[in-house]
Design a protein around this ligand. Structure first.
Ligand code: ZN
Ligand code: FE
Length: 241
């Protein structure tokens, strides 16, 4: 049994993610903020959609939900903590809940920091992580509502996932993240390897994600921050970068 994840580029630099259970064909879309390209991508894959998964309430992750739900008559899953500001939820979830997709199950991880009610979904059968705006390749989300302490704890949970986990994040920010990462960690060999890979991928017009959790742990300056104070320091520098 495998869960595959395919990126669907939408808006300026967002990714929605199309998840499919190889055994049953059950399909989910993560953060469908623009209905038209998403409906087209799903129709091209056979037109089945069981579920919409939401990482957080921002419009660049939710704007297409009502239209996609109406088109496929599917369920919408999101954080109970943010039910009041998410599109109408059919299933409200919290840390530790399991979300079935065909024969696979996605584990809900609370990851506050970018927003208070942010959640991520981890499918061990990929392994695949839907990291929303918590963890980006070589970066992390801005602290719009949460604290550095919350983000540190959230990233610590994600870093504990298997190294071969595919990190499927919400934005194509990797090139600018890479430029910043090199300023704070210029001698990191793993970072230099990843930067070269990203430049190649982007020059070829390809997405730079998903990345591997093991690469993020070795090269991402926010995962390398050893305590809350260093994370706050790196976050502050990135905000001024
Ligand atoms: Zn966001
Ligand atoms: Fe976003």
């Amino acid at each position: 049994m495998t869960i595959s994840a395919q990126s669907v580029p939408i808006l300026k630099d967002n990714y929605a993610w199309l998840l499919k259970d190889s055994e049953t064909g059950a399909t989910a879309i993560v953060d469908p903020a623009d209905a038209k390209p998403i409906i087209a991508a799903i129709e091209a894959q056979g037109g089945r959609l069981d579920m919409i998964l939401l990482t957080h309430h921002h419009a660049d992750h939710t704007a297409g939900v009502d239209e996609v739900r109406a088109h496929f008559n599917c369920k919408v899953v999101g954080a109970a903590a943010d039910a009041h500001r998410l599109p109408k939820l059919d299933v409200a979830v919290k840390e530790g809940d399991m979300v079935p997709l065909g024969n696979a199950k996605g584990q809900v991880i609370d990851t506050p920091g970018h927003t208070r009610g942010q959640i991520n979904f981890f499918f061990p059968e990929g392994p695949v992580l839907l990291s929303g705006d918590t963890l980006f390749s070589l970066g992390c989300g801005r602290l719009i509502e949460g604290t550095a302490g919350e983000m540190f704890e959230s990233l610590r949970k994600l870093a504990a996932l298997p190294g071969d986990t595919k990190v499927c994040c919400g934005h194509e920010y990797t090139e600018s993240n890479a430029k910043f990462a090199l300023t704070v960690d210029p001698d990191n060999a793993a970072l230099k390897v990843r930067v070269a890979e990203v430049q190649k991928q982007r020059a070829a017009g390809k997405p730079s994600v998903p990345s591997l959790m093991s690469d993020e742990c070795a090269a991402n300056p926010f995962l390398l921050a050893k305590d809350v104070a260093s994370l706050a320091d790196v976050r502050g520098k990135k905000d001024r970068f």
